[in-house]
Design a protein around this ligand. Structure first.
Ligand code: MOS
Length: 757
């Protein structure tokens, strides 16, 4: 029964392939739409075709009489829903305004607002019947023109939520006036969409007063919480299940109106209902990265030291909610500068509310800041890397705290070396490949690191396998895999013995799967639960000394072929089955919660990176190609270098899309996105992507959390778009400050600046 086995190697840090990969490839991983529920009915939405006004009449007679239709719900027959105010709003919701109250009145707030839902036996019958609902509207003045809308100060609740209208230190305007070198530049990017592969979908099923939702969500606990408030129920009467999410990028952080509609429809139809948004509906129902205009003014000494930094930004929001971003925040913390100020404004439009999209706010602000730094480097005739090094912030100046760790200088050095930056000739249009213009550009990447309270359980079964659970999510970064590694590492078990489960409110609660906090939060909870299990097992074995385990000390507790308990060899194998049996247990379970501590008062934490890119511009066609991108990142400890690298590849590709392709075409006449499909909303495809090179600089941030991981998701898109824009300038001598950098913009610039060749 006893044997000595070697210590399992640390599983953390190994490039494990995704443990859920085979299920995904085989199609056995079930996404929200794919749950087979008996008697499932299907729903289709009817939307407002005007941007502002009231429903004058809504005729559902033909729809109700259509084949297969079970019910039609509008504001005229929908139940009045309490929409109870939450004591504290979740951080994923706007802190000011009211979420859309579905079917609670005739008022129309945006084009695309749901005005009816049709439930039928099949999806086709529901869609057909939805097309038969006849609605007339009385329109009134619509606010749909961003440029005409008045910029407004954020409300008090928004300011208290960390998006102040004004912030800063020192006398930025005075310092700017005195600075010998300065730049004054404006940037903008349009509305961008998450464009995840999996559409948003909810299956709602009532059993008496209990509601079960199969939902595409990045936060099952919050979905349960919000729906409970909408319906005036106890939170534990709502169960939310979401084991797989096919990409989200922030679009599933909130509980969107269609989740409520699915529950309303299921109650009205008296059977489970599936509501899946169409690709077109995804452009009007679930939020987007808001169009944002930015104005940056930087002042510096001739040696490149920043003397003044002013960053003003204005985004768009809806008329009913105030979605605000941390756009200007990076400008207050990224570089050393005593005199800095920011301002933030919003324009209210008749639109659905924007929402976080990968690196929300930060990716926008870093685009402005890093392009402006490049323009300053040009004005100073200084290498852009050197300019950043001269202004390196040894402390977070916004918070006045030391960084819990910062390897940004190593990121610059590593990426520059791998890129071959020293071969760059600084003058624009100085690097060529025949008729083609070559441009090399770079940018800094930053994304603040956060950590929230999280819980997990670890359950030992008699066969020596351990099931670890937390109500977390895996929208693609590899939570299943990395948490399996953390558990295997803590328990000293081979990873085949671990099964990690997530995405169910019946599990110990987890924070939002967003803001790159999952590893720093849930990862530490998983480790804590596994240690708690070890402790329990130790107690059992100590008690067992009188029985068949006489002589087995706590220190000797170990699993067959792995070792659960002590990390150091030699292990002695204990037969769990016998141990559990002796205590009349069929399993042994431990639960633990991990919370941030005083480190958040002692340190500021952030992931860092440096992105270097090469572009090739065809001066006749205005086309931009990106043959290579090199990124080096400081994300603390890397739990799985394979899935971590994949995160960075995805972020680089998404950044390429932001720089060159992505653009929601908002038509102010209709208050509507006109290219609401994946044929006309352009995202990068394989042919757009060439060589991507990713390095993680060594580091482990145990000042931030015991696991040492800082989080890796948002950082991967930050810095990419400005690096590309800066490279385009280097290639062409032209600054395109309005993303995306399309051929027509480059050609127009060229036509304005140079005679036709
Ligand atoms: Mo990410 S925008 O926090 O899902």
């Amino acid at each position: 029964m006893n044997a000595t086995i070697p210590n399992a190697n640390s599983v953390i840090g190994q490039p494990l392939s995704r443990v859920d990969g085979p299920d995904k490839v085989r199609g056995s991983a079930r996404y929200a739409a794919e749950f087979d529920i008996p008697d499932l009915a299907h729903a289709a939405l009817v939307h407002s075709t005007v941007a502002a006004g009231r429903i004058e009449s809504i005729d559902t007679a033909r729809a109700a009489a259509a084949p297969g239709v079970l019910c039609v719900v509008t504001h005229e027959n929908a139940p009045r829903l309490p929409y109870k105010e939450m004591k504290t709003r979740p951080p994923v919701d706007p802190q000011s305004g009211e979420q859309l109250h579905v079917f609670q009145g005739a008022e129309i707030l945006f084009n695309g607002q749901p005005v009816a839902v049709v439930v039928a036996r099949t999806q086709e019958q529901a869609e057909h019947a939805a097309s038969l609902v006849a609605v007339t509207y009385a329109t009134n003045g619509q606010a749909t023109d961003f440029d005409a809308a008045e910029p407004e100060r954020p409300a008090k609740a928004t300011e208290e939520g960390g998006r102040p209208a004004e912030a800063g230190r020192g006398d930025a305007d005075g310092a700017l006036a005195k600075a010998p070198v300065s730049v004054d530049v404006r940037y903008s990017h349009p509305r961008e969409f998450h464009a995840a592969i999996e559409p948003h979908v909810t299956i709602a099923e009532w059993e008496g007063d209990r509601l079960t939702l199969h939902d595409k969500t990045q936060w099952v606990n919050n979905t349960a919480n919000e729906i409970a408030h909408v319906f005036g129920m106890e939170q534990d009467a709502v169960r939310v299940i979401s084991p797989f999410v096919g990409g989200a990028f922030g679009s599933s952080l909130r509980t969107w109106p269609h989740v409520t509609i699915a529950a309303v429809a299921a109650r009205a139809a008296n059977r489970p209902v599936r509501l899946e948004l169409t690709r077109r509906e995804l452009f009007g129902s679930i939020g987007f990265r808001p169009r944002t205009d930015q104005h940056l003014m930087l002042g510096a000494d001739r040696d490149g030291r920043l003397r003044a930094l002013i960053h003003e930004a204005c985004g768009e929001t809806s008329v009913y909610e105030e979605y605000a971003e941390t756009t200007v925040k990076p400008s207050l913390s990224t570089y050393a500068c005593d005199d800095a100020r920011t301002s933030y404004r919003l324009r209210r439009l008749n639109t659905n509310t924007p929402c976080p999209m990968r690196g929300p706010g930060t990716v926008t602000g870093v685009f402005g800041l890093e392009c402006a730094m490049d323009e300053l480097a040009v004005a100073l005739a200084m290498d852009p890397v050197e300019l950043r090094l001269r202004n390196h912030a040894d402390r977070d100046q916004a918070k006045g705290l030391p960084w819990s760790s910062k390897e940004l200088k190593a990121c610059y050095a590593t990426a520059a070396e791998r890129f071959g930056w020293h071969r760059r000739t600084p003058a624009p249009r100085s690097m060529r490949d025949g008729d083609l213009l070559i441009g090399w550009g770079m940018a800094t990447a930053v994304y603040h690191a956060n950590r929230s309270a999280a819980s997990a359980s670890a359950t030992l079964h008699p066969d020596g396998s351990v099931v670890v659970r937390s109500a977390a999510s895996d929208m693609g970064p590899g939570t299943y895999t990395s948490m399996t590694q953390v558990a295997a590492d803590t328990l000293g078990l081979p990873r085949e013995r671990i099964r990690f489960e997530l995405g169910d409110t019946a599990m110990p609660s987890a924070p939002v799967h967003g803001g790159s906090i999952t590893m720093a939060s849930v990862g530490n909870a998983v480790a804590a639960a596994c240690r708690a299990l070890q402790d329990k097992l130790g107690e059992l074995a100590t008690c067992a000394r009188q029985g068949p385990f006489a002589g087995v000390s706590t220190d000797d507790i170990a699993a067959h072929d792995g070792g659960i308990g002590r990390r150091e060899p030699p292990y002695r194998v204990v037969a769990y089955e016998a141990l559990l049996k002796q205590h009349n247990l069929t399993y042994l379970e431990a639960t633990a919660t991990s919370t941030p501590g005083s480190e958040i008062e002692d340190y500021s934490s952030s992931a860092f990176g440096a992105v270097f890119v090469e572009v090739v511009v065809d001066p006749d066609l205005g086309t931009v190609r990106v043959p290579r991108m090199v990124g080096a990142y400081d994300v603390g400890r890397v739990v799985n270098p394979k899935v971590a690298r994949s995160q960075c590849l995805g972020g680089m590709v998404q950044g390429l899309g932001m720089a060159l392709l992505e653009q929601g075409e908002w038509d102010p006449r209709f208050g509507k996105v006109m290219n609401a499909n994946l044929a006309e909303y352009l995202v990068p495809v394989c042919a757009d992507v060439r060589e991507l090179d990713v390095t993680f600089v060594p580091g482990s941030d145990t000042n931030f959390n015991p696991l040492g991981a800082k989080g890796l998701a948002e950082i991967a898109i930050c810095g990419v778009a400005p690096a590309i824009a800066n490279a385009v300038y280097h290639a062409t001598g032209r600054r395109i400050r309005d993303l995306p950098i399309t051929p027509e913009k480059l050609l127009l610039e060229a036509a304005a600046l140079t005679p036709v060749r």
